[in-house]
Write a protein that binds this ligand. Structure first.
Ligand SMILES: [Fe+2]
Ligand SMILES: [Fe+2]
Length: 285
């Protein structure tokens, strides 16, 4: 298979994996991570993260630009039963899809990755089927999500943190894939993207705990071939969320939420660490 065609194919797959992460994660937070349904969904989301990551590494290694826009995740949102049935259908469809793709590829690593994505999708369908079968009649008819107790203003501030951090996290992981041949500084991009995932989870959970859908909408990714430029953009990016988080930390309504304050405090310290590390690295270039 011609390289350009291969990158195109893998970029369609990465969009599907990305869609699955967003769907299972959002659903997990709406259920609550500490519920058995929520924990199971989060576990699937993590496995989809591996899937996305393997594809991203391959695309980066091939010299391609990973497409960081999630594809749509078709599902029937009527109730839990229809939602889980949609998940089963989605995963089942991926099995022959990845198997067919694997046949088109010569490279043994890429073929193995595609085949693994096929058989792991099969397990995902099985696990969702198990959840569906175990739902009580009330659960099956119902939908996840609690009532919102936050003001519109606070929701908007937290959503702003969600959408901005999500964009940063995607940018940083894109950089890690694209600059993988640079070694350690690219590993650090990966490291930062993982911290950002955690920070994003804090604010996304806060939104979903209030029955609202976290604003996980991808925005523009900066396509640069320069690692130094990517790092200095990274400093700018972190400044943006530090501003958002400082404003949130001084908001009187937000201050009534102890858990939110602790996470904000932690996030701000991590953001300062990241900025210091990047500045230091850039000054030594
Ligand atoms: Fe997957
Ligand atoms: Fe899956």
């Amino acid at each position: 298979m011609e390289k350009e065609k291969l990158i195109e194919m893998l970029n369609r797959d990465i969009g599907d994996e990305h869609a699955a992460i967003v769907r299972y994660m959002t659903h997990s937070y709406l259920e609550g991570e500490d519920t058995s349904i929520g924990a199971s969904l989060l576990s699937r989301a993590r496995e989809e993260m591996w899937h996305m990551h393997w594809l991203g590494m391959i695309i980066g290694k091939l010299g391609g630009e990973p497409d960081m826009t999630p594809a749509p995740y078709p599902h029937d949102p009527t109730n839990r039963a229809t939602i889980f049935q949609s998940y089963i259908d989605y995963e089942k469809k991926l099995v022959p899809h990845y198997q067919k793709e694997a046949e088109l590829v010569d490279d043994s690593h890429i073929r193995r990755v595609l085949l693994r994505e096929a058989w792991e999708s099969e397990y995902h369908a099985l696990k969702f089927k198990k959840i569906l079968n175990k739902l009580s009649p009330e659960e099956a008819k119902g939908l996840p999500g609690e009532e919102n107790e936050l003001s519109d203003n606070l929701v908007e501030m937290i959503q702003n943190s969600v959408v901005t951090k999500y964009q940063q996290m995607l940018q940083t992981i894109r950089d890690a894939w694209v600059f993988q041949s640079n070694g350690e500084p690219a590993w650090q991009r990966m490291d930062f993207s993982m911290t950002k995932m955690k920070q994003l989870a804090h604010s996304a959970e806060e939104i979903a705990e209030n029955g609202l859908t976290p604003r996980l909408t991808a925005s523009r990714i900066i396509v640069t071939g320069s690692l130094a430029e990517a790092m200095s953009n990274g400093v700018e990016d972190v400044r943006k969320t530090m501003d958002i988080h400082e404003r949130l930390a001084s908001d009187s309504e937000a201050q009534e939420h102890g858990g939110l304050m602790t996470n904000l405090d932690l996030t701000l310290r991590q953001e300062k660490y990241e900025t210091d590390e990047l500045r230091d690295r850039l000054s030594k270039e």
